[in-house]
Ligand binder design. Structure first.
Ligand SMILES: *Cc1c(COP(=O)(O)O)cnc(C)c1O
Length: 381
């Protein structure tokens, strides 16, 4: 929570639930990453928060960008950043989108199988692109992450060498390896195992005469929610040590793709208590309904994975556990029930609540008018 956000809310009094993002925090986070990993290029994961002001600031600070689609690529280009600062990091791309990206000058692509390599090879040839680079994403178990990524992206490390050799034979530049250790990763050692696999793949390809150059260390850097998380510097130190442990004197080019860690802590949602009730006169537990829920931007409360800090004007007074729910007529729209949420007993209908750490993965997860509720409004200050 920052004074600038509180001042904005106090003076502008925006109506309805909204997210306010403080660009000063984004700038501090960018500088912290740059300081923690000085030899690593930063590719901001655009999907975490694609607000034009956020992209513009990061472009001005010298960031590069990890994009998942053509619209994301176009949003980045609109800042004036050139296409050589963009990675098309989605492993699942339509071939016509690959063609469009190449036409726009994008030259770095993620793959995790030979069929995806073939799309890029065909389109590189069709567009006359020389030296398009591909990196192969490998699976990572995601242990220690609060928002683990499934097996949807990446191949077994044992398959990566074949995929990259296939790319090399198809006339592409087999550029490197990527992985993602799972989002909101609290374990500083999570990068170690994947770096060990990456190093083995580098060795295997070197034996086949192909020199890989880059390791993409992905995202996973946390936002502080209810629990403390290690500082960015600690991640930097641990990753740097792991890179040296596994690559020795042949340290490759490295990149990171922070999303949550760049913008999560920069945002705060203002919402309102719509109803407080009980299911039975004798129940101890209250149900607290807000004017924002899973469909209004808090999708990451799915399975109660992300627990946001919530502030009210009654903070400091006695609390009791509540079930916290959103306003829509869908029974899935419950935020915290398995582990109830402690809220002040004096909380009242109509009270404002401030939900911290909501700068990442909120606005773009909000439905367009499900149940007639507007998409989450966003102010970037
Ligand atoms: C979503 C995503 C990221 C960002 O992950 P965070 O955990 O938010 O930092 C990075 N890289 C890729 C390929 C992604 O899909």
């Amino acid at each position: 929570m920052t004074a600038r956000i509180l001042d904005f809310l106090a003076s502008r009094r925006p109506e309805g639930p909204c997210l306010v993002v403080d660009l000063d925090v984004v700038r501090d986070n960018f500088n912290a990453f740059r300081h923690a990993l000085p030899d690593t290029r930063i590719y901001y994961a655009v999907k975490a928060n694609p607000a034009p002001e956020v992209l513009q600031l990061l472009a001005d600070l010298g960031s590069s960008f990890d994009c998942a689609s053509i619209p994301e690529i176009e949003m980045v280009l609109a800042t004036g950043a050139t296409a050589d600062r963009i990675s098309f990091g989605n492993t699942i791309k339509k071939e016509r989108d690959v063609a469009r990206a190449l036409e726009l000058g994008v030259n770095l692509f993620a793959v995790d199988c030979e069929a995806e390599v073939d799309k890029i090879a065909r389109q590189a040839e069709a567009t006359g692109t020389v030296g398009a680079r591909v990196f192969c994403r490998i699976l990572c178990d995601g242990a220690g992450a609060e928002w683990p990524l499934s097996r949807k992206f990446g191949c077994e490390p044992s398959m990566a060498a074949e995929v990259l050799e296939h790319a090399h034979r198809a006339g592409l530049t087999a550029y490197g390896i990527s992985f993602h250790v799972g989002s909101q990763q609290a374990n500083l050692d999570a990068w170690d195992g994947a770096l060990s696999s990456a190093s083995a793949i580098f060795g295997e390809l070197a034996e086949r005469g192909i020199q890989l150059k880059m390791v993409n260390l992905g995202g996973g850097f946390p936002t502080r929610y209810l629990k403390d998380v290690p500082a960015t510097e600690a991640y930097g130190r641990s990753i740097d040590e792991a890179v040296r442990r596994h690559f020795g004197n042949h340290v490759p080019e490295t990149i990171i793709e922070p999303g949550r860690g760049m913008v999560g802590g920069a945002g705060m949602i203002k919402a309102e208590v719509v109803l407080i009730s009980k299911k039975h006169r004798d129940d101890e537990q209250r149900w607290v309904y807000l004017d924002i829920g899973k469909f209004g931007g808090l999708a990451e409360t799915m399975e109660e994975a992300i627990r946001y800090p919530i502030r009210t004007r009654h903070d400091g007074s006695a609390t009791a556990p509540c079930v916290l729910a959103g306003p829509t007529c869908d029974s899935a729209d419950v935020l915290y029930e398995k582990t109830p949420y402690e809220l002040p007993i004096s909380l009242e209908i109509g009270d404002e609540v401030l939900i911290e750490g909501t700068g990442a993965y909120t606005t773009t997860y909000s439905a367009v008018a499900f149940n007639g509720f507007s998409p989450l409004k966003s102010y970037v200050i």
